[in-house]
Design a protein around this ligand. Sequence first.
Ligand SMILES: O=C(O)CCC(=O)C(=O)O
Length: 387
Amino acid sequence: MNEMSPLPLTREAFEASMADYRAAGVARADAIGNRGPLVLDANGKLHPDILAAYWKHGYYIFEDVIDAGEIDALRHDAQVMIERAPVHRDAKVDAAGRPAMGLDHQRSPYVFAKPLGDPWGGTGQLGGRHPSKMSEPQAAADAPQDVVFLMRGMCQEMPAALRLYGHPEILAVAEAINGDDFVPFNDAIFVKQPGLGGSVAWHQDGVTHWDAPNWDEGIHGFNFQVQLYPATVGNCLWVMPGSHKLGRADIKGMVAANDGSDQLPGAVPLVCGAGDVTIVNRQMLHGSFANSSPDLRISITFGFHRRTSVLGAKAALSVESSDVYDAQRIHDRAAVIAVAIDARQQVFPMETPYNYKPFAGQEDAFRFNEATFDSVIRDYNTKDLAI
Ligand SMILES: O=C(O)CCC(=O)C(=O)O
C-alpha cells in the first residue's frame, strides 16, 4: 500500500510549528553574541577579537555597516531588477509586458521558486549539496505561479551593487579572512518575498575540497550578506555554529535523527537590521525556511576565497563544468573588484578607497568607464570562481 504524503501545513500552522524553535534559536544566538560594529585598527586591519570570534563560530554579524542612503540606493536597484523579471520562469516579458531584464545576458539573472517552495532540497542540483527537502507550507490561493528567488549579475545590473562590491571595509574583512591576494567567488541576491519566498534547504556551500590533504576550516572561503531590510527570526538565514570545523555533514542523517524534521537542533537565526552585514563560512551548515512571515528579506550575497583554494581548481556548482581556474581566469574575475573600487570612488570621493593588492599599480587600466563596463563587467558572472 502506498503511504499518503501529509498535506502541506497552512501558513498559520507552519508559523505556529516554528514558534518554539525560533525562541530557542534566538536565546542560543544571544548567548553566543558574535555581533557588533565592524572595527578596523589604525592600519585598516580587522580587529583580531572579531577575527577570532569568526573562526571560532564560523559566522559574525557586523551591525550598521551600510548607511541609510546607500541602503536606499540598493533597495531601489533591487526593486528595479525584481520588477523587470520575467513574469514566470518561461516568460520573456515582465509583469508590465516589457522585455524582461537579462534576455541578452549569457547567464539568466533570475532563478525562480514556487511560492513557499523549496527549489533545491532533495534534488541533484548544485552538486546535490541540499540532500533533504524543507517543509513547504501552502501558499495563498492567489499566489503567483512563480516567484523570484535569486537574482544574479548585480554588478552589471545594479549600479549601487557594483559600488557595494568595492566597499573598503567589506574588502578589508575579505583580506583579513583570506589574505591580501583574496579572489572573488560569485554573487547572488536572495529575495524572500513576504508570504511567498522559498526555502533554502540545509547545506554546506563548498563542494570541491572536502577531501583535500590541506583541508582546513577556511579552504572553501566565506560569504557576505548585506541586508537591505531587517532579517527577522521569521525570514532569516539559520546557521549551525562551529559546523565549519567538522567536515562534511550528514544532513540526511541529521534530519532522520530529528524525527524527519528540518528544525535541526543547535542552529541559530542571523537576525539583523537593515544595513547589517553578515559573514558566514562556506563550510557552515546553513539554510532558511519558507518565508511565511509578513516581512520582505533581500540579502545581497557575495563571497571571497583564498587564491590558493581556487588556482588550478576545477569548476563546480553552476559554473561551466569544463572550466579550470587558471591565473588568467582569476585575474579576469578579480578585475570586477578593481573596477568596483573605482566605481565607488567616483560616487564617494571623500572615502579612502580599498587598496586591492593584486591590482596595485594597475588602477588606471581598471577605472570604471564604458570600456571597462564592456570588457570587465558585462557577463562577468560567466567567470565566477565556484568551488
Ligand atoms: O539567505 C538565504 O536564505 C540562503 C543563503 C545561502 O544559502 C547561502 O548564502 O549560501
